[in-house]
Ligand binder design. Structure first.
Ligand code: PHE
Length: 343
């Protein structure tokens, strides 16, 4: 009997030792200590054993039972510890690690190409001593038209139809409103630029959108001439395109400048051969500009006898199109991730 008990103890303990899962431990427990387990059966049959040996066999059986039970318990603790740390190792995410996966990198957010060029232009103008100003997208009639020498019923308003709010305000048609707001804030001499989103009631095609972006610029000082204007514009284009760009000036009419010009650049998409963006002309209208009209200076509280200035309104969409060879302005607001991912 002692021999049988010792055998049960030894096989049970070695099975426990080599168990590699909690399920197996449970099987072992049932095999030895369950209702029909081999040790249980011996303990139950103690009554049949002759009285003089019963006490010692009973003691031994209980001792082995305790040993097996604590062996099971220890092994269970050991296993749950390693299982836990394995699980932890598998699930651990080190958020400080750079992603290894190319697709994750691809899906990182980035600045819209319009924002990129806007910041670039802000840098260029800041380096030339310009200050950056802002203005609201919903404007009053006064800032968008009236103070820019376009009183009610002025025919030039027709060129800039827009969306009106019920209380008589409008979605600004150009950033030129920032000229007036600027003159209210700073006094001459000054140089300001005002980037922003503008709106027109417009049918869309490859080169027209109802929502687009401009950067307004204005410099007021003593004896400002067209030469200053041309120099600053050429400097800007050279910085943006990193090369000399052919430009031409045509007379252009805007009520708030006199003289007024359209500054065109040689089409960089077709290199002047003619395409849908330049309407087959080889030139792209990029920069309306001119010398600030005396009435506008007066509206801004500046004496035109003493001060003069130039102003321009740079179209950002078209500039980005020229820079990257984009042939349809509607891509910008399409929200097409395949387009946006390229910048
Ligand atoms: N605001 C004009 C437009 O959007 C452009 C412009 C700005 C022209 C400044 C002259 C001077 O069409």
């Amino acid at each position: 009997m002692e021999h049988q008990l010792a055998e049960i103890r030894a096989t049970a303990l070695s099975a426990i030792q080599s168990a590699d899962s909690i399920d197996i431990l449970e099987e072992i427990r049932i095999q030895y200590l369950g209702r029909k387990g081999s040790l249980t059966l011996i303990l139950r049959s103690l009554g049949n054993i002759p009285a003089e040996r019963r006490a010692s066999i009973g003691k031994l059986s209980n001792q082995y039972k305790n040993e097996i039970e604590s062996g099971l318990e220890d092994k269970k603790n050991e296993l749950s510890k390693t299982i836990g740390s394995d699980l932890l190792r598998k699930q651990l995410i080190d958020v400080t690690l750079d992603s290894e996966s190319a697709t994750e990198r691809e899906n990182l957010g980035r600045l819209h190409p319009i924002s990129q060029i806007q910041y670039e232009i802000e840098d260029i103008f800041t380096s030339m001593g310009f200050e950056i100003l802002d203005g609201p997208e919903v404007e009053t009639d006064y800032y968008n038209f009236e103070a820019l020498n376009m009183p009610r019923h002025h025919p030039a308003r027709d060129m800039q139809d827009t969306f009106w709010t019920e209380d008589g305000n409008l979605l600004r048609t150009h950033t030129s409103a920032i000229q007036i707001r600027g003159m209210e804030k700073v006094s001459p001499p000054f140089r300001i630029v005002g980037p922003g989103r503008v709106f027109r009631y417009e049918s869309t095609d490859a080169s027209h959108e109802n929502t687009f972006y401009q950067v307004e610029g204005m410099m007021v000082d003593r004896e400002i001439t067209v030469a200053h204007l041309i120099f600053v514009m050429k400097q800007l284009l050279k910085e943006i395109f990193q090369r000399d760009v052919a430009v031409r000036l045509r007379p252009g009419y805007f009520p708030f400048v006199e003289p007024g010009f359209e500054l065109d650049i040689h089409c960089l998409i077709c290199d002047g051969a003619g395409c849908s963006v330049c309407k087959q002309s080889g030139w792209v209208e990029l920069l309306p500009c001119g010398l600030v009209h005396p009435n506008v200076l007066r509206m801004g509280g500046i004496n035109p006898e003493e001060w003069s200035g130039f102003a321009f309104g740079l179209g950002l969409n078209r500039l980005v199109m020229m820079k990257y060879g984009i042939n349809d302005i509607r891509h910008f607001l399409s929200g097409d991730i395949r387009f946006l991912k390229q910048f």
